[in-house]
Design a protein around this ligand. Structure first.
Ligand code: AMP
Length: 211
């Protein structure tokens, strides 16, 4: 089963992805994580991606699609995968249709007014990728789950967040229509409630499809 997670930056895709991936034993493929790993390792792709990511713009489609196309040929994807952050525009969605069959799209709708604070206050664990909000950390600088060091993503600043949200609105939101027309979209609403509440709703629906 191939599942896409769709939603604005900060909607909680990463957190839901971790939970969905564990429950249904699907590899979690996040294009953002792949780019960040490439930036850390100073690869050619990393250098290229950084110039776009730092401005809150999308990395060119040819590069992004080639990475995902290759990743889906790995052995761990033979029973499906969970795509997080891909596709992000109609071109990518059409390309994806050429090399994978998508069974379900988990779309997290969220009020944009919640996102600026969520993203600018986000701290991420360097080791396990878990996200926290600075307001709940009481000054802690390490992850309560694995002890890893917490950091602030460079693109989680007001100016870059603003462009990321604009890009979502203009390029990614039309995918809701794209997948609604295909009849495979599952709609959920993100709130300020703990991520586990949303996950219960998502799992209840996915259980019907997967088990
Ligand atoms: P994310 O971790 O999903 O918020 O992605 C961080 C950044 O990586 C985005 O703002 C884009 O610059 C880039 N990125 C991630 N996924 C894609 C994609 N599918 N297409 C183009 N750029 C992407």
């Amino acid at each position: 089963m191939n599942i896409i997670l769709l939603g604005a930056p900060g909607a909680g895709k990463g957190t839901q992805a971790t939970k969905i991936s564990e429950r249904y034993h699907l590899p979690h493929i996040s294009t953002g994580d792949i780019f960040r790993a490439n930036i850390k390792n100073q690869t050619e792709i990393g250098m290229l991606a950084k110039s776009y990511i730092d401005k809150g713009e999308l990395v060119p489609d040819e590069v992004t699609c080639a990475i995902v196309k290759d990743r889906l040929t790995w052995e761990d994807c033979k029973n499906g995968c969970l795509l997080d952050g891909f596709p992000r525009n109609t071109f990518q969605a059409e390309e994806l249709d050429k090399f994978a069959k998508i069974d379900a799209v988990v779309n997290i709708n969220i009020d944009f007014s919640l996102l600026m604070d969520r993203l600018c206050g986000r701290r991420v664990c360097k080791e396990c990728g878990e996200s926290f909000h600075v307001s709940t950390l009481n000054g802690a600088t390490t992850c309560s789950r694995c002890g890893g060091e917490l950091y602030q993503r460079k693109d989680d600043n007001p100016e870059t967040v603003k462009s990321r949200l604009d890009v979502y609105d203009a390029q990614t939101a039309p995918l809701i229509d794209y997948y609604t027309k295909k009849g495979i979209i599952l709609n959920f609403t993100g709130t300020e409630a703990p991520a586990s509440v949303l996950f219960e709703e998502v799992a209840a629906v996915l259980d019907q499809k997967i088990r």
